[in-house]
Write a new protein. Sequence first.
Length: 448
Amino acid sequence: MQRDVLNELNHNKMSRYQWFVIVVCVCLNIIDGFDVMVMAFTAPSVAAEWSLSGAQIGLLLSAGLFGMAAGSIFLAPLADKVGRRVLILICLTVAGVSMLGCAFVESHGMLATLRFITGVGVGGILASSNVLASEYANLRWRSLAVSLMSTGYGIGATLGGILSLLLVEHLGWRSIFLAGGMTTLGMLLVSLWLLPESLDYLLAKKPKQALEKTNLIVQRMGLAAFSVLPHYEKNKQQQGSEIAKLFYGKLAFQTLCLWFAFFLVMFGFYFVMSWTPKILISMGMSPDQGVTTGILISIGGILGAAIIGLLASRIKIFYALSLFLGLTALCVWLFVAVSSQVSIALIVGLLLGTLINGCVAGLYSISPTIYDADIRSRGVGYAIGFGRIGAILSPIIAGIFLDQGVAPATLYAYYGIVFILAIFLILSLGKAFYRQQKAQSYSLKIAP
C-alpha cells in the first residue's frame, strides 16, 4: 500500500520543526510589512525635501502596491515550477537590493521605480511564504499558521512606524530605507540557511534530489524516511494550461469568489490604512495623534491575525472570517462617530485594526486550501494580485470622494458596505468548498 505522507502531515500532531518553519515564514512577513509600509511613514519627509505635489506623493505611495500586484500575478506562480524556497530567495534579493537603492536616490521618479521593484519582490514573498506556511501546518492548525503570517506583516508595519519616529528626525528618511534593505538581505542569509522546500512541491514535481530533500524534512518532523518517493496521480480534470486549471469545472466559481473577496477586503483595508490618519487630522486631531492612531491600527493587526487563527481552530474558517467581516463593518461605521473624543477613538482604532487585519489574515488562510499543490502558488498569487487592484484603486477613489466634498463619516459608511458584500462571497465560497470536499470524500469511499 502506498504511503500518503501529506495525509500523515495533516492528521499528526504538529512537530517542533513544523512550528519552526512557520516562525521563519512569520519573520519573512515582518520584513514584508516593514518594506511595504515604510513609504507611508517617510512620505512627509520625502515630500518636504523635494517639494513634491500631492500627485507625486500619491505615485510614491502607489508604486509599491503596483509592484506587489505584479509580483503576486507574474512572479509568485513561478514557485509552482522552481519551488517555494527558490522563489522566496530570489524575491528577498530583489527586495533587499532595491530597498538599499532607495536610500541613495536623488529624484522622486527613481524612488518610485525602486519602490515598484521592491513591491515586486514583496509580492512574490507574500504569496510563496503564505503557501509554504499552509503546507507545513497540519489540518487543525493550518488557519492559525497562516494567520500568524499576517501578525508578521503587522509587526513589520508597526516597527516601521516606530523607527520612523526615532530615526527620521535625527538621521533623515534615507536611514529607514537603509535599515530595511540591510535587514531584508540579512533575512536572505537566514532563509538560505534555514528555510526548507515545500513537501507538497517536492512530491508533486519531483525535482533533482527530491528524495534526499524529502527524507531530510520528514525525519526532522519525526516521520519515517522513504526508500522511494510516493507516486501521486495528477487529477485528469485539471489538464490544460496553468491558468485554465484555476477555472476548471466547479473550481471556477470558487476562484471567482476568492478573487472578488480579496478585491473587496483589500479595497476596504487600504482605505482604512492609508486615509485614517489624514482624515482624523483634518477632523481636529493633532498630527501626532493621527500617526499614533495609525500605529495602533497596525498593532491591532497583530492581535487580529492571531485571534482569527485561534478561532478557526474551533469553528470553520469561512464562518470565523464572516464574523470578522461583519464586526469590521460595524467598527468602521462607529469609528468616525467617536473621532471627536481622542481617547475613545484610539480604543476604537485598536479594535478596528484588530478586526480588519483579521479579515485579511482569514483570506490568506482560506486561499491555499482551495488549490492542489501543482497550481497552489499560482492560485494564491492571482487571488492576492486581484486584491491588490482593489488596494490600488481604494485610496484613489477615496481621494476623489473627498475632493467632491463627501463628509468623512459618509465615506466611512460607504466603505463599511464593502465588508458586508464580502460576507456573501465568503459564505458562498465556503458552501461550494465544503460541497466539493464532501463529494471527493464520498467518491473515495465508494471507489473499488
